[in-house]
Design a protein around this ligand. Structure first.
Ligand code: KG4
Ligand code: ZN
Length: 307
């Protein structure tokens, strides 16, 4: 099964040529450096950059033998509307030119199934997907039976990493910046967690706690213990993510516990998930955690492979 997959939901223009759980060719271009100047993705610029990048990628694709590609898969939703639209139009153009079918793929389901490159998912599974835009717990009974258990009521996990990082002047994207700074910590700040008894997440209160803590020290003229704040904040978010997943594992006793989304690149989260769920924990290589078209391809292979 050979697939061209396109993922343009956010700030990466990712196009891959895929065959049977292998990426044959990766033509992805990232915009992260460009958006750094603004401290976050600017949707209007992102869409324009996708348009330019897709033009470049098309020139490279033209040099490939695409005669045996079975279908096109693209991210339909969720994501930035202008960015998604660029990918969709590109996908339709390719489908028309190559005269092959086109399938829309849900970005969140692709994050869940990104582990399929390296693991066979055993069902039922629980999946934790944490990214810049979403934090969700899913119950996955089969590739086509996916039920949302809970999600964030306010900010997403990645989003609070980005916001706290900006406040600590550590840069964008915040996740890797905070993780690196936390390595220097010797006494992490304890931001006291209160876990609710449901599957929803709420992170904005912790973001405010951290920001208030920073303002308080600044007003007193005390030098910020940046590494200890970064580490304490990281501990908080990771503990909430893992504890909520534990609740779902206790209730549903799944055979696999899947981790996905950009925040899944976090080393502490990866370690804690392994510790909590042992062999059941399916943790993808970091290259499959952040947005990429490979996960769109593998998800499409799994659900559209027989069509
Ligand atoms: O899934 P993703 O690539 O894009 C979205 O669909 O949002 O996730 C990006 C998010 C960003 O908020 C980024 O700060 C976060 O993932 N992230 C991390 C790490 N690497 C990326 N968060 C915590 N620790 C990391 N190492
Ligand atoms: Zn994503």
């Amino acid at each position: 099964m050979k697939i061209i997959a396109i993922e343009t939901s956010h700030d990466d223009t990712s196009v891959v040529l895929y065959e049977d759980k292998k990426v044959l060719l990766d033509l992805s271009l990232t915009q992260t450096e460009f958006h750094k100047t603004f401290g976050g993705t600017v949707p209007e610029y992102a869409a324009r950059k996708h348009s330019d990048a897709l033009g470049e990628i098309l020139e490279k694709l033209k040099k490939e033998d695409l005669s045996d590609v079975d279908h096109i898969a693209y991210t339909k939703e969720p994501g930035l509307i202008g960015s998604l639209q660029m990918g969709r139009l590109f996908a339709y153009g390719l489908s028309f030119a190559l005269d092959i079918p086109i399938y829309p793929i849900n970005h969140m389901y692709a994050h869940i199934f990104a582990v399929s490159f390296e693991y066979d998912i055993e069902y039922p599974a629980i999946a934790l997907v944490a990214s810049g835009g979403h934090t969700q717990l899913w119950k996955v009974d089969s590739p086509n039976e996916i039920k949302l258990l809970g999600q964030t009521r306010d900010d997403a996990a990645g989003e609070v990493f980005d916001k706290v990082s900006r406040k600590l002047k550590l840069g964008f994207p915040g996740g890797p910046a905070i993780q690196n700074k936390a390595l220097e910590s010797n006494n992490p700040v304890d931001f006291k967690i209160q876990l609710t008894n449901d599957y929803d997440f709420s992170f904005s209160g912790y973001k405010t706690k951290v920001i208030n803590y920073i303002h308080n020290l600044e007003q007193k003229g005390i030098t910020l213990p940046v590494a200890n704040i970064a580490s304490g904040f990281q501990n908080t978010i990771v503990k909430i993510l893992v504890d909520k997943t534990k609740m779902a594992v206790e209730e549903f006793n799944p055979k696999s516990v899947i981790l996905g989304g950009g925040v899944a690149a976090n080393d502490l989260l990866r370690e804690e998930m392994k510790l909590a769920f042992g062999n059941k924990a399916l943790i993808p290589s970091k290259k499959y955690t952040t947005d990429n078209a490979a996960m769109i391809a593998v998800r499409s292979h799994i659900v559209n492979g027989d069509k």
